[in-house]
Design a protein around this ligand. Structure first.
Ligand SMILES: *Cc1c(COP(=O)(O)O)cnc(C)c1O
Length: 370
């Protein structure tokens, strides 16, 4: 049996590099609560992302909840159901109501032509997702937000390192959330960050991250605990030193997939904006059974038989999960429904070899010709 290939594999720094990074913690015994590593990583991320504030959090999901708490939002939030459940759960857990907007069928981000009809007098924000690292139509979103006085919060969990006309995507909207989970392009084992357009929100989110404490004995509101510890920040410092190589290496694998799978009848690839420099976070394909001859799940099965793990990202839609008990209908977002039934992500990670990309493509193309 050939070597097992999973859909993702964490990038790792050299173990000695990490050991050197954490060694000072044995002397200082300062393990969390905005220690030296935490402060240093926030500073370096500001530089890397091209922004003036970056608030590290224990994970991306908590960063998203803390952003909503910091902006003190109430009412309805327009978002898409074609995402990881975290996006929708954060809205619901903060006592807000998600309103699901459809996606476009080219890069699977929010369909900006369908946002305005969903706006009511209760709408407070738009929360689009840079899904797969594909940048949303930020100009159109910004125009709508200004017209109706809405906040824009990007779920940028997939978009670390993505650049738009040379600018980092973290500069878009009122706030962006990044996930530094082990499976993401850049990671801290677990971690995440919130970036705000307005620096004043950085002070406020630091209170949200730490129980609502505004001083050693002052509690001005009932906050939770979303702080990142020093060991995770140290992992981030190590990984950040190698992020350019990691993205370049992913890019080589993605390029090979694109060469092999473009112009195959029945396989649709995500379009790429010409003004965007990608981070190659994922490689989604949409399988149109009528032309391909087999379903998405047939391809999944065939790959599994060959010891290759692909994933149905994103299926089901977050509006269809059991926890919402049928409150929302996937039929309200027909494009998202169709894509989620046909999409799958092929393995993509830093040290995925071109030989293995070829092995995966061979299996898919052989199936088509069967
Ligand atoms: C990973 C992810 C999150 C949550 O990030 P965590 O760091 O795992 O909490 C949120 N949204 C999307 C789209 C994600 O992929």
């Amino acid at each position: 049996m050939d070597e097992k290939i999973l859909v993702t594999r964490s990038s790792m720094p050299d173990i000695d590099e990490y050991m050197e990074e954490i060694r000072p913690l044995w002397d200082s015994r300062w393990l969390t609560n905005s220690g030296v590593k935490h402060q240093q990583l926030e500073k370096e991320l500001c530089k890397y992302l091209g922004v003036t504030n970056t608030a590290l959090c224990v994970n991306g999901h908590q960063a998203l909840e803390c952003i909503l708490e910091t902006l003190d939002l109430k009412g309805e939030v327009i978002t898409t159901p074609f995402t990881f459940v975290s996006t929708t759960n954060a809205i619901v857990r903060r006592g807000l109501t998600p309103v699901f907007c459809d996606i476009n069928d080219r890069d699977f981000t929010i369909d900006v032509t369908k946002i305005e009809s969903l706006i009511t007098d209760k709408t407070c924000a738009i929360m689009p997702v840079h899904v797969y690292g594909n940048v949303c139509d930020n100009d159109a979103i910004e125009k709508i937000a200004q017209k109706y006085n809405l906040k824009v919060i990007y779920d940028a969990a997939h978009a670390f390192g993505v650049r738009l006309d040379g600018q980092g995507v973290a500069t878009l909207g009122d706030a962006s959330m990044f996930s530094f989970h082990a499976t993401k392009v850049f990671h801290c084992v677990e971690g995440g960050a919130a970036v705000f357009r307005d620096d004043a929100n950085y002070t406020k989110i630091n209170y949200c991250k730490s129980f609502g404490m505004t001083g050693p004995e002052d509690l001005s509101f009932t906050g939770g605990n979303s702080k990142m510890n020093e060991f995770c920040a140290a992992m981030g410092l190590c990984n950040l030193r190698h992020i350019d190589e990691a993205i370049a290496s992913r890019g080589e694998a993605a390029k090979r997939y694109r060469e092999r799978l473009s112009n195959i009848d029945g396989i649709q690839l995500s379009t790429q904006r010409l003004d965007v420099k990608s981070n190659f976070a994922y490689f989604p394909i949409v399988v149109n059974t009528e032309q391909f001859g087999f379903t998405r799940d047939d391809i999944m099965d065939e790959l599994a038989k060959n010891n290759i793990g692909a994933r149905r990202y994103f299926y089901p839609l977050t509006s269809s999960v059991a926890s919402f008990g049928g409150k929302y209908s996937a039929d309200d977002t027909p494009v998202a429904k169709r894509i989620s039934e046909r999409v799958m992500c092929l393995p993509l990670y830093e040290d995925l070899s071109i030989e293995n990309v070829d092995r995966i493509c061979d299996i898919i193309l052989k199936l088509k010709n069967r």
